[in-house]
Ligand binder design. Structure first.
Ligand SMILES: Nc1nc2c(ncn2[C@@H]2O[C@H](COP(=O)(O)OP(=O)(O)OP(=O)(O)O)[C@@H](O)[C@H]2O)c(=O)[nH]1
Length: 610
């Protein structure tokens, strides 16, 4: 491809609340510009991963270059798709740094939702031009007028600037492209300047190594050139550059203003750090302001079911994290579960998606411990301060929770949550938020029957089940999004769960002291329903230190599996015994108590059924 005059380039993203139609609109744009053909096979081409297709959510942002003729002039439009779920909002800000404009999609029936608000502010703060689009006008209940008024009230955008479309049917989609050309400014850069390339995403290919997605803020780049990473100072030779259509299509060169990909013999995604600047060897430039790297919000222990599988799991984890640099991995071990890892995720959905990918792509089943958020402790014990070499530590594993006597203050992470809801649910939602120790910060009517609430939440109160609870009490109508809001002082304790006096490591949790009794009682009750009866009584207890705060007893029961075969045929009897032995392999022994390995996950999930 030859150099495209910068004034004929537009770099933009589509942002929206989940399910408002980003991917469908992206597909239509790709079709209109002839980037893909119009067949059913191409539905949501930008959602590449199997989990994305199954769950209908976008996990990794994908980009595509589109060519479009407007009033006789050819334009190069670089579209960067962004994920919709709150767990992945870091992907949104990373994509936005390569853009000058966004299409803000709002569902004509649902109207403005929590993520619409969050995404709007990300774009607004980045000073991008914003094109409001009201989608799904073909729906029977569509009320575009109402949504336009909401947009005017909340974002101060005049109603007549909104474009009403149906991404599904293609109505007015072409108008959106025209608006992108008219309203989004071309990137400000020059091919004559030295190379300045921003890495805004990277993926790993088993055959070709790291593929870095780059946006050129200056200069040009071609195969064979030597480049340097501003972050690692490492030097590479460029093997291939090209554009995304949306698959990689090699080109001779990439020029200032363009968005494309680069392959340069990088072996790990960590070598192509998101936010890094690449420049030509011996032509250093001032690095572009990198953006904040993804910050894990939820940690969990991961262990192989069978320690013999350790190495297989290790290599699966290594490969999967090559592709998802937002997961942090630290080696960890426990007396009960053996050698394993402590993983950090962006949220619970991210953790589930990662786990599902391990199963689907690597055929790995694992033991996952209860998720915990990153707490902090300000140490007062001189001995501990010396041991850690600092007086404040981050606790991502309940096993490392320091005793109250050696701590002057515990701190918990908080988030600022935005809830958008029809007003009839306000009472219930306020009660739910108070129950989660949240403090109200704002309340605003978006229109006569829709309200936006802002609350400061302790993160641990929302990670597991807040979203489900909110959805169920509002019949699915309330939406939620959150952003990091720093740490606050909290009265925390570690709660253990014991089976006949032996701690169950998977279920140890750090919890606010006000919540311990209720949570301990609930966990014990659920365990009683989940653990099978055995030949002896089992005491199920919740404990804080040596103090028992809740107890249930599971009565003994003798199950004679062969009784009904008495006098029966021997092969049937053998088969039953064999099946029982197989079942035992799926058991984990805690002291003398046998527990099905998936019981703890079931217990943790049940806890969310309240
Ligand atoms: N009736 C109607 N349905 C639409 C329209 N656009 C999208 N949809 C449907 O809305 C649902 C969500 O659309 P997607 O394009 O997957 O939404 P998304 O915003 O990309 O979702 P994430 O990728 O999860 O963020 C799908 O079932 C689409 O078929 C439209 O214009 N009209």
């Amino acid at each position: 491809m030859s150099a495209y005059p910068v004034e004929r380039i537009r770099n933009f993203s589509i942002i929206a609340h989940v399910d408002h139609g980003k991917s469908t609109l992206a597909d239509r744009l790709l079709e209109i510009t002839g980037t893909i053909s119009k067949t059913d096979h191409n539905k949501q081409v930008l959602d590449k991963l199997q989990v994305e297709r199954e769950r209908g959510i976008t996990v990794k942002a994908q980009s595509a270059s589109l060519f479009y003729n407007h009033e006789g002039i050819n334009y190069l439009l670089n579209l960067i798709d962004t994920p919709g779920h709150v767990d992945f909002s870091y992907e949104v800000s990373r994509s936005l740094s390569a853009c000058q404009g966004v299409i803000l999609v709002v569902d004509a029936n649902e109207g403005i939702q929590a993520q619409t608000v969050a995404n709007f502010y990300l774009a607004f703060e980045a000073q991008l031009s914003i094109i409001p689009v009201i989608n799904k006008i073909d729906l029977k209940n569509a009320d575009p007028e109402r949504v336009e008024k909401q947009i005017e009230k909340l974002f101060d955008i005049p109603t007549d600037e909104c474009i009403r479309i149906s991404a599904k049917q293609g109505t007015n989609v072409e108008k959106v492209l025209q608006k992108v050309i008219e309203k989004v400014p071309p990137p400000q850069c020059n091919t004559a300047d030295p190379l300045k390339a921003l890495v805004f995403d990277s993926t790993f290919d088993h055959y070709r190594g790291v593929i870095a997605n780059i946006a050129l803020f200056g200069g040009e780049i071609a195969k064979g050139q030597k480049i340097v990473s501003a972050h690692t100072k490492k030097r590479y030779e460029v093997h291939e550059v090209g554009i995304l259509t949306p698959n990689e299509q090699p080109t001779h060169k990439l020029y200032a203003g363009q968005v494309g990909y680069l392959i340069a013999g990088m072996k790990e995604v960590t070598e192509a750090q998101i936010g890094d600047t690449l420049f030509l060897y011996k032509q250093p430039v001032e690095p572009l302001p990198g953006f904040k790297s993804a910050k894990p919000m939820v940690f969990a222990g991961m262990y192989p079911i069978d320690q013999g599988e350790y190495n297989n799991l290790k290599s699966a984890l290594e490969r999967l994290t090559l592709n998802d640099s937002s997961v942090t991995v630290h080696r960890d071990s426990s007396l009960a579960l053996g050698a394993g890892w402590r993983l950090g995720f962006l949220g619970l959905l991210h953790m589930e998606v990662f786990n599902q990918r391990l199963e689907q792509e690597y055929n790995m089943s694992v033991i996952l411990t209860a998720p915990t958020v990153p707490y902090k402790a300000v140490l007062s014990s001189a001995k501990l301060i010396k041991a850690y070499g600092k007086d404040q530590i981050t606790i991502i594993n309940p096993a490392q929770f320091p005793d109250k006597l050696s701590v002057s203050e515990y701190l918990e992470p908080t988030v600022l949550g935005t809830i958008v809801t029809p007003h009839e649910y306000i009472g219930k939602i306020i009660t739910l938020c108070q129950d989660r120790r949240a403090v109200q910060k704002d309340m605003l009517y978006i229109d006569e029957n829709r309200v936006m609430l802002k609350y400061l939440f302790p993160l641990n109160e929302i990670v597991v089940d807040f979203y489900d609870a909110l959805k169920s009490l509002s019949s699915g109508y309330a939406s939620f999004d959150y952003e990091d809001a720093g740490y606050q002082s909290a009265d925390l304790i570690k709660m253990d769960i014991l089976l006949n006096g032996n701690p169950v490591e998977e279920l140890a949790t750090i919890i606010h002291s006000d919540k311990a009794h209720a949570a301990g009682k609930l966990l014990c009750e659920h365990l009683k329903e989940t653990v099978p009866r055995q030949l002896f009584d089992i005491a199920i207890q919740a404990a804080i230190g040596k103090k028992i705060i809740a107890r249930e007893t599971l009565k003994a029961y003798r199950k004679n599996v062969v009784a009904k075969c008495y006098g029966g045929d021997i092969t049937r009897r053998m088969k039953l015994l064999r099946r029982q032995a197989e079942g035992k392999r799926l058991m984990r022994k805690i002291g003398n108590v046998e527990v099905p390995r998936d019981a703890f996950i079931r217990v943790l999930k049940r806890e969310t059924d309240k």
